[in-house]
Design a protein around this ligand. Structure first.
Ligand SMILES: [Zn+2]
Length: 254
């Protein structure tokens, strides 16, 4: 049977998500921003927590780990380059596979936001959990790495199959769309997404997951090597990494 997911808000604008294998009963929490909403989601679904898969070391992704591990005795999987991540049982790096029951996640290193950042990709399920690297119509701030590093990480995610459903770490879509329209206003796919997101927010619904195929057409951070976008921001002919760095810098000040 295909994997099931359950998405819920944590803290102010973080997303928690559970990944469940109906065949084995295994359930992973992708990151653990705080324990209580994860426990509430487990209660609502009747799923039992077996694993926590950590994307990076930031406290708003790891603060719930200890309490959940104490209660459920779950395994904690974290990036090998991680720092200050509590209660880690196993570390993983580029190309490693992580089993959640019978589900297989592949580890993709995506440094930039932090140096330890990884994504979990489940090719057979068309799912990817990308933490704070790629957001809907946006990307994470480049805090520990360089813009070039982040651009290379985003290109790895962009190369995943179009139908891949992407779960990210925050609900930032409305602000991201405002910024995206400021530099890519005549993009019809982006305009359509803006209308769809407005409707979802009105209905109190999350704006994720999104697909890689849609993001490739609408997310300016994945379009930094599209010649027309470089022209739009006054950098005709500049390479993708330079255009990306400029777009990211403008977003920081937006
Ligand atoms: Zn973060």
């Amino acid at each position: 049977m295909p994997a099931e997911t359950r998405l819920f808000l944590c803290l102010k604008d973080n997303y928690g998500v559970l990944l469940h294998d109906p065949d084995s009963g295994a359930t992973a929490s992708i990151d653990a921003p705080e324990a209580a909403p994860v426990e509430a989601a487990l209660k609502a679904t009747g799923w039992k927590l077996t694993d926590i898969l950590v994307t990076h070391h930031h406290a708003d992704h790891t603060d719930g780990i200890r309490a959940l591990k104490n209660k459920y005795k779950c395994r904690v999987v974290a990036p090998a380059k991680g720092t200050d991540i509590p209660a880690v049982d196993e570390t993983v790096r580029e190309g490693d596979e992580v089993k959640v029951g019978n589900l297989t996640a592949k580890v993709i290193e995506t440094p930039g936001h932090t140096l330890d950042h990884i994504a979990y990709w489940l090719p057979e399920e068309n799912l990817a959990f990308v933490g704070d690297t790629l957001f809907s119509i946006g990307c994470g701030r480049v805090i520990e790495g360089t813009p070039e590093m982040m651009w290379n990480s985003l290109k790895k995610l962009r190369a995943l199959p179009n139908e891949t459903q992407v779960y990210c770490g925050h609900e930032y879509t409305v602000a991201n769309i405002k910024f995206a329209l400021s530099i890519d206003a005549d993009n019809p796919v982006l305009e359509a997404r803006a209308a769809q997101v407005e409707r979802l927010i009105d209905e109190g619904e999350p704006t994720i997951p999104v697909t890689i195929g849609d993001e490739k057409l609408a997310n300016p951070f994945l379009r930094a090597d599209v010649p027309d976008l470089a022209v739009d921001i006054g950098m005709p002919g500049e390479p993708g990494e330079q255009v990306f760095a400029e777009i990211r810098a403008r977003k920081n000040k937006f």
